[in-house]
Design a protein around this ligand. Sequence first.
Ligand code: C2E
Ligand code: MG
Ligand code: MG
Ligand code: MG
Length: 282
Amino acid sequence: VVQAQGGNASQCYSLEMNAKAVERLAMEAELRYAVERDELLLYFQPQTLIPSLQVIGVECLVRWQHQGKLVPPFEFIPLAEESGLIIPIGEWILRTACQQAKAWQAQGMPLVVAINISARQFQHPKFFALVQQVLIETAVDPQLIELEITEGVVMQDADHTIELLQRLRGLGVMLSIDDFGTGYSSLSYLKRFPINKLKIDQSFVRDMDSDQGDAAIVEAVIRLGHSLGLTVIAEGVETAAHLAALEQLGCDELQGYYFSRPLPALDAQAFLQKQLLPESIQ
Ligand code: C2E
Ligand code: MG
Ligand code: MG
Ligand code: MG
């Protein structure tokens, strides 16, 4: 929008805004073909038990292979959400993740595969039917599938959400709340949600050894989760000090660079096979 009285500054500003909008539109147009051009890729990050560091699951994290670059999710997931493209993209992610879980299951590596579900995807009227269909189609053990939902999503329209979560649990899948602590959870609702796991947001873990406030939040979430009978996993675990502190606080599981970065499926598999083999034949 060019302002009538505007000098160079506001004109530059509007041109820049225009350029951004054009770039966005171009990206959206490209993203529209990402699924059919087979440009999406799933990475997998191990999740381990504390303190044994035995791998029990992986979180799948999407990447977009586009024009020779590997585009991280924060650069296209918000756009996919706003444009509605998250519906076909999310369907591809769900199906591919379930196929991978089934393949690992068939190879004797029964790992729980956690899948991020965006708000718009969760609220889509056909979401439940899609999950049901993909479970049947891939014949994966539903207990090996975990759906990660953020606090903000579950707190909107809580009654409807509880019913949907119950139906999903009825399919046998696991449910977790991602980035816990960054949203606005009503504790009384949390009690009513049929969920299995809380994922402590990495922003609290990062400075927990230097920031007493963060350490207090991590401790409180672990206690809260345990008192509600939930498993608690810490995200963004980067150091041995993080692990030691989390172990001391009784945290159940960890995920983070300290153990492994997210890896392409084959690398994740090699990494996991090495883990699963007895020491003597490694
Ligand atoms: P998230 O679900 O909370 O995923 C954790 C993010 O933290 C991942 O970033 C992961 O690579 C990163 N991470 C893991 N360990 C560490 C660590 O030790 N230190 C630090 N600094 N970071 C760590 P990524 O893959 O870039 O994903 C970012 C976000 O994008 C995810 O946050 C999730 O909200 C979204 N996302 C990723 N994949 C999907 C997807 O398949 N579907 C949807 N709807 N959203 C996705
Ligand atoms: Mg997640
Ligand atoms: Mg998270
Ligand atoms: Mg996040």
